[in-house]
Design a protein around this ligand. Sequence first.
Ligand SMILES: [Cu+2]
Length: 189
Amino acid sequence: MKLAAAVLVPLLGGPAAAGTVKGKVSVEDAQEAARTVVYIEEVPESSLPAPPAAPVKLSQRWARFAPGVLPVFKGSSVDFTNDDFVMHNVFSKSKVKTFDLGLYAKEQAKVVKFDQPGAVEIFCSIHPRMSGVILVLQNPYFTQPAADGSFTLPNVPAGEWKLRVYRPGLDKAPVSVKVPAKGTVEASP
Ligand SMILES: [Cu+2]
């Protein structure tokens, strides 16, 4: 029975020895917070879980990509459903992933898998104002801050990692964070 419990813990709650990273990043307002991602730069590949089986949705609504910045764990698929009455297109010429979904109508879903880490800038060929970013991350240890910039990143494997802030146009060096096997550590990336 003891053995069963030890096997179940990593399956249910992520890594067995894992802590929480808490802190605050500088943001102007809720909109800027929504375009901000806080993430652990890299952990050993051997400790990574499987990517999520279900696609993450990135909608096209009111001639905008929603959300405008979407962080995903590499290996995840993104469902680019058109929720508008007008046709849209999604394409990217990024180094990380190049694709073009063509024109498609309301309620049509298109799914793309993102295997390589990096920022994938996306656009729509018929609405020049439409732009967004899919931030493909090496691991699932990322979050987006609240409107005041505060964030909580739970279930991070214990160890010393680099914590980074991403926002389009922002270029900020990472900070080191020593994640305990249990409990919380404060960090200001
Ligand atoms: Cu469009």
